[in-house]
Each structure stands twice: as structure tokens, then as C-alpha cells.
Design a protein around this ligand. Structure first.
Ligand code: V1P
Ligand code: CA
Ligand code: ZN
Length: 379
């Protein structure tokens, strides 16, 4: 890593004791103590690898209603707060706000979702006041939430709130979404503006959630060509994924000339994830992240999906080490959750032997189409 980055203290925001993390297949983590235990697996692994001494850890405060209303509608926030207070999972209006199947309204969900957004806002603030170059909030990254609608396990869109805050200081924000799913909530929020460029790499296949993110979705009005989608098929492995990301992102870096970068690094692209789609390892995602960090821009790093808990923790601990320029021991250190990392107790993940449906022709055609777009003209 460039020395300039390595020398700076890193700011890491955790909402550790009040995590809202739909990790795991139960998807109702807020009610189950064992699920919030899983939620602290990432932090504990980072800690047990001795990485915290290279960072400044901050306990952010809960955001005010006004801060949340920078993106979300008052009606939606009011409703979410009410059903969260009452633990009302059967309110007649809930469906209007996307609450239900993917986004159950369990007691306390509002505070949990808001406190995660508090972490992302604090991280954005630390980039704005120059107190660090890279700010992390692994519990953040809830990219599907809309202005007045919960969607895909996301209630509060901490990413949109973070970007809106960064825009108070920075002219052009580049958003990069490496989660398996299309970052629809963030793309929609900024689809009309040339000030925020959104790039999402994701699985795009009939019936796969959320169904948007085709290559022809490019933004609208003044924001035309400031949204870029990289739709991929099942089975992609590290080398091809890096090739696609790196090629696309280098072009965007040159043409858009961002002042600040926001990365959502959902870990549901990993081999062995229950989403059973891509076939990546943390090293592949790490190469993408490293090439982004080499731009030497202030960078906000967020989590997202990731439904195999030990692999998600492996991945985010490894990416934290990439940011810090540290090398981790290949063996998982002994710690509170050590037994979860069996049977091999190793940091690395082995890709599975699934077919990669992205042949070279598919990727070349994709990249040719991306390159055939008119360049976005910063205004
Ligand atoms: O597929 C859907 C719904 C079902 N409707 C017809 C559409 N929802 C997905 C939501 C995935 C959200 C991903 C979030 C993230 O991007 C991180 C912010 O990773 C879904 C899936 C699925 N396999 O796609 N919901 C569920 N599975 C689900 C499983 C068990 C219980 C409840 C929901
Ligand atoms: Ca994505
Ligand atoms: Zn996802």
C-alpha cells in the first residue's frame, strides 16, 4: 500500500453492541441472541488477529430523525419507528412500506437499522474532517432500502445517507458495489445526478433478486451515463472477476475523476455462500479493493450481504488487513469463536468446482459494451 495510506490512522466504526445484521439464514437476527453473537464474529476475528492496534475504533452515536430524513420520507420513518416500538408484525399499512417477508418488523428493528447508519455517517464524517483516509463500517452496506420502502433485508439505506453527507464536502462521489446483488436503492437515489456515479457488479439472471441492474440501465436526465451496471452469471472465479472489475473501474476512475470513493463489499459472492452463485475467495475481492485503494482517494468501506458467517468474517478480516497493509497468519487464531472455523481452521477459502458461466466471450462482449458507452461528462 502507498505509504501515505499506511501512515494514517484508520477509523473504524462499529455499532458493536446493537448490531442489526441479517447474517445467517434465519434472517430474524434481532430476536435471537445467538445471531447477534454471529454479528460480532467479524469484530472478534479482526481483534484476535491483532489488527485493532492499527486503527482508531469509534462508537458512533445514533443519528437524529433529521439525519435519517435526508433520504427517507417522514411517513416511512414514522411508521417504521412505530411498528418497531410496538413489535407489530401485522400492521395493515406495513406492506405499503415493503415491510413483511424479507423485512420483518421485529421489535427494536428501527433502532438497530438507525444505529448502523450512525456508523456509516460517523465514518463519512471522519473522511470529511480529514482524520483518516479509509473509514470502515462492516455492519453497514444496506443498499436495497428506498426512500419510503424497506427491501431485501434493508430498512435504512446507510449508504445513501453516507453519500449525501460526503457530498457536503466532496464534489464527485464514486460508489462501487461488489455485493452479489444489484445496488438498486443507491442507484435509484442518484440516478438523476452527475455528481454521484454508481457502479454495481452483480449476478443478473431471470428471477434473481432484485431483478434490476441490466447493462442498459445507465441513469436518467442529467445523470445519464452516471450509472453503470456489470451483470455477471453464476460461477465466476477470482481472476475473471478481477479482470472485469479492474477494467471497468480504471476507465471510470479516469473519466469520472472522483474526489471520494464509497465501496460496498458484500461477501455473498464467496464460494460456499448459501446464495450459491459466484465462486470468489477473499483474495479476489482483496485485489479489487487494493486497486481502488491505489487511487489514494478518501475511501469509505462498507459490508453488505454475506450469509456464511465464518466465511464472511474471514473475508472482512482479510480485507481489513489489505487496507492496513498487514499480512495475516494462514491459521485462524484461537479466540471465542474459533470452533466456528472448522474443520480446517484456516483463513483461506477454497473455490468450489462449479461451472463458470462467464466465458471469455461473455466478458469481452460485456466490456466492449461498457466501453462503447459515451463518457460521463462531469458537470
Ligand atoms: O427473492 C426475494 C424476494 C422473494 N420475492 C418474490 C422477491 N428476496 C431475496 C432478498 C435478497 C436480499 C439480498 C440482500 C443483500 O443484497 C444485502 C443487502 O445481500 C431473498 C432470498 C434470496 N435467496 O434471494 N429473500 C430470501 N432469500 C429469504 C430467505 C429466507 C427467509 C426470508 C427471505
Ligand atoms: Ca453489486
Ligand atoms: Zn447481496
Amino acid at each position: 500500500l502507498p505509504n501515505a495510506l499506511r501512515a494514517q490512522p484508520l477509523f473504524i466504526c462499529y455499532t458493536r453492541n446493537n448490531l442489526y445484521l441479517p447474517w445467517g439464514h434465519l434472517l430474524l437476527p434481532y430476536l435471537y441472541p445467538h445471531q447477534s453473537e454471529h454479528a460480532s464474529m467479524v469484530h472478534t476475528l479482526i481483534e484476535s488477529y491483532g489488527l485493532l492496534k492499527y486503527m482508531r475504533v469509534v462508537e458512533p452515536s445514533a443519528p437524529s430523525r433529521r439525519e435519517l430524513a435526508a433520504f427517507h420520507s417522514d411517513d416511512y420513518l414514522e411508521h417504521l419507528e412505530q411498528v418497531s416500538r410496538d413489535g407489530d408484525d401485522d400492521h395493515p399499512e406495513s406492506q405499503l412500506y415493503g415491510l413483511g417477508y424479507d423485512c420483518p418488523t421485529t421489535e427494536g428493528v428501527f433502532e438497530c437499522a438507525a444505529s448502523v447508519a450512525g456508523g456509516t455517517l460517523a465514518a463519512a464524517g471522519s473522511l470529511m474532517d480529514g482524520s483518516c483516509d479509509v473509514a470502515l463500517n462492516w455492519p453497514g452496506g444496506w443498499h436495497h432500502a428506498k426512500k419510503d420502502e424497506a427491501s431485501g433485508f434493508c430498512y435504512v439505506n446507510d449508504i445513501v445517507l453516507g453519500i449525501l453527507k460526503l457530498r457536503e464536502k466532496f464534489e464527485r462521489v464514486l460508489y462501487i458495489d461488489l455485493d452479489l446483488h444489484h445496488g438498486d436503492g443507491v442507484e435509484d437515489a442518484f440516478s438523476f445526478t452527475p455528481k454521484v456515479m454508481t457502479v454495481s457488479v452483480h449476478k443478473f439472471s431471470p428471477g434473481f433478486f432484485p431483478g434490476t441492474g441490466g447493462i442498459d440501465e445507465v441513469g436518467m436526465g442529467k445523470g445519464r451515463y452516471f450509472a453503470l451496471n456489470v451483470p455477471l452469471q453464476d460461477g465466476i472465479t477470482d481472476d475473471k472477476y478481477f479482470y472485469a472489475c479492474h477494467t471497468v473501474l480504471q476507465d471510470v476512475f479516469v473519466t469520472f475523476n472522483p474526489e471520494v470513493v464509497v465501496c460496498q463489499l458484500g461477501a455473498d459472492t464467496l464460494a460456499g455462500d448459501p446464495m450459491c452463485s459466484f465462486n470468489l475467495t477473499p483474495r479476489g475481492i482483496g485485489r479489487c479493493l487494493q486497486s481502488i485503494l491505489e487511487w489514494r482517494l478518501p475511501t469509505l468501506v462498507l459490508g453488505g450481504g454475506g450469509y456464511h458467517q465464518p466465511n464472511t468474517a474471514r473475508c472482512w478480516a482479510y480485507l481489513t488487513a489489505v487496507i492496513l497493509g498487514q499480512t495475516l497468519s494462514p491459521e485462524i487464531p484461537e479466540h471465542q469463536y474459533f470452533t466456528e472455523y472448522g474443520p480446517d481452521y484456516m483463513l483461506d477459502i477454497t473455490p468450489s468446482c462449479r461451472t463458470d458461466k462467464n466465458d471469455q466471450q461473455y466478458l469481452d462482449n460485456l466490456i466492449a459494451r461498457v466501453r462503447g458507452r459515451p463518457n460521463p461528462v462531469p458537470r
